[in-house]
Design a protein around this ligand. Structure first.
Ligand code: HEM
Length: 491
């Protein structure tokens, strides 16, 4: 009897899974995206994904645009069609209608706990953010100088003339330290010559480690088939342990910060304002805002929601910036004239600890950072899933598969949309024939067409746009400048 029950249950689960798979496949096959032109399918399982992974993302996309037009559909995993467009009106529509176009569910599962409602607390408060980042600049310059000194020490140990360093790895340690200190007043101490890492760094590394090759397929299936998440792999167990460590340390930090805010409130006899607080990391500011009496009780974040911000900021704000600085150093190493020009500008500054305003007043440094982020966008693309049927307006009509001219794109609930950040940033129609070259000088006279780019910053899509744009971009810009200032001046 028990045996029969097990067989029936398994049978029912398999039937349910097959039904779900069939209805998913049918909805994808019937998607109106089938009317769009696009490259032929390369593989039933992987669609055109391999070609995107083999080359720099924007290169095959550029080829597609030339061959099939600026609004096309390519094939993703299991041959499902994805909308790819560089039409700026269409992209603006997608990014501003953030309730229709959300992060795909598998991405959300992978980042679960990463994007919490607390992120919204800081949205729209741009002026305040600016003031906060001014306060954080000291941390950026301090850590940048510490990195410079680590490299100087390596050179001196190597005989005093030169040394070989893995720039991306060192910069990753520096930006981890910066986000720890500036984000939540925590010292990762990753920038240390012994290479030892502390408990939280270790937990973080485990949480985001790539599974071994043999288990990658199963991890991928787990992302897409929720039922499989009931089976726990070694990676799942490790991730759970790491999450528990992060939770313990995060909760401890939250308790300490709350106690410090309470103590300051008691000392002053009134609610403390951000400007007169001793600790000004982002987590303290978030907790303070949350404790403020003008926020209604039902709109306050729980400690868990506040805690969700810790990995959010580490993930979103750490490798992106180290990647940007590494690309800047790489590009400058290829262009000695530009490197010299930048160094000359930086050497005119007498101190090695600049304020945010002084860093922002260096014009060539600004142009180098803008050009790096345009030409080597650390996040080259992102995706959205349509949670409702929709009609997307376009700026420039396109021709569909049957030769008809279309003035809008039709999408069905469940369709995936690709936001081609790098491809748009390098588009010749916007930036001119030299769009694929690294040229900071272009920022002295930018073409009129760039005004149509719907990005939150710098006429580029690097930090995307709309309500879910990067909230750390000002932080990252000053941090990137501080790191380049210290390194290009010294080496
Ligand atoms: C060069 C550096 C950076 C780049 C290129 C970058 C780029 C991006 C992009 C493209 C997104 C949107 C991702 C998506 O929705 O799919 C994003 C979101 C986000 N970024 Fe950044 N980022 C950078 C640095 C930072 C820093 C330093 C922080 C924190 C201090 C940060 C915090 C965030 C957060 C919290 C979100 C999620 C916003 C939301 O969902 O509402 N980022 N970033």
């Amino acid at each position: 009897m028990d045996f029969l029950l097990i067989v029936y249950t398994i049978g029912a689960l398999v039937a349910l899974a097959l039904y779900k798979l069939a209805s998913f496949m049918w909805s994808r096959i019937a998607s109106p995206l089938r009317h769009l032109p696009g490259p032929p399918n390369d593989s039933l399982l992987r669609g055109n994904v391999e070609v995107l992974q083999k080359e720099e993302e924007s290169v095959p996309q550029d080829r597609w645009a030339q061959q099939y037009g600026h609004t096309i559909a390519y094939r993703g995993l299991f041959s499902t069609r994805r909308l790819w467009t560089v039409d700026t009106r269409a992209l603006n529509h997608i990014m501003t209608h953030h309730t229709i176009y959300q992060r795909p569910l598998p991405t959300r599962y992978r980042l679960s706990g990463v994007v919490g409602p607390g992120v919204l607390v800081t949205e729209g408060k741009q002026h305040k953010q600016q003031r906060r980042i001014r306060n954080l600049t000291e941390i950026f310059t301090g850590k940048s100088n510490q990195l410079r000194d680590c490299w100087l020490e390596k050179i001196s140990k190597n005989g005093g003339a030169s040394a070989q360093v893995d720039a991306l790895s060192w910069l990753g340690q520096a930006t981890l330290d910066i986000i720890g200190r500036a984000g939540f007043g925590y010292e990762f101490d990753a920038l240390n010559p012994t290479g030892e890492i502390n408990e939280l760094s270790e937990a973080f590394l485990k949480l985001f480690a790539t599974p071994p090759r043999s288990r990658r397929l199963f991890s991928f299936l787990q992302l897409n088939i929720p039922l499989l998440r009931l089976i726990k792999t070694e990676e799942n167990h490790k991730a759970e342990q790491a999450q528990a460590t992060m939770r313990r340390i995060g909760m401890q930090l939250i308790r300490e910060k709350k106690a410090a805010i309470m103590a300051e409130t008691l000392e002053k006899g009134r609610e403390v304002e951000c400007k007169d607080m001793k600790e000004r990391d982002l987590l303290t500011l978030l907790i303070r805002t949350n404790m403020s009496t003008d926020i209604p009780e039902d709109q306050r974040l729980t400690d868990d929601e506040v805690l969700a911000q810790v990995p959010t900021f580490i993930v979103a704000g750490h490798e992106t910036t180290s990647m940007a600085v590494t690309w800047a150093l790489f590009s400058l190493s290829q262009q000695p004239d530009m490197q010299r020009k930048l160094r000359e500008e930086l050497l005119q500054v007498a101190t090695d600890s600049l304020t945010m305003d002084k860093l922002n007043a260096l014009p060539y440094l600004d142009a180098v950072v803008r050009e790096t982020l345009r030409h080597h966008s650390p996040v080259p693309a992102t995706t959205r899933e349509a949670f409702e049927d929709d009609i997307i307006p376009v700026d420039t009509p396109y021709t569909d598969r049957y030769g008809r001219t279309r003035e809008y794109i039709e999408v069905k609930k469940g369709d995936l949309v690709f936001l081609p950040i790098l491809a748009l940033n390098r588009r010749k129609e916007i930036w001119g024939e030299d769009a694929h070259e690294f040229k900071p000088e272009r920022w002295e006279h930018i073409p009129k067409a760039v005004a149509s780019v719907p990005g939150v910053w710098g006429n580029q899509l690097t930090f995307i746009g709309g309500p879910r744009a990067c909230i750390g971009y000002r932080f990252s810009l000053v941090e990137t400048k501080a790191l380049l200032f210290a390194l290009v001046r010294a080496f």
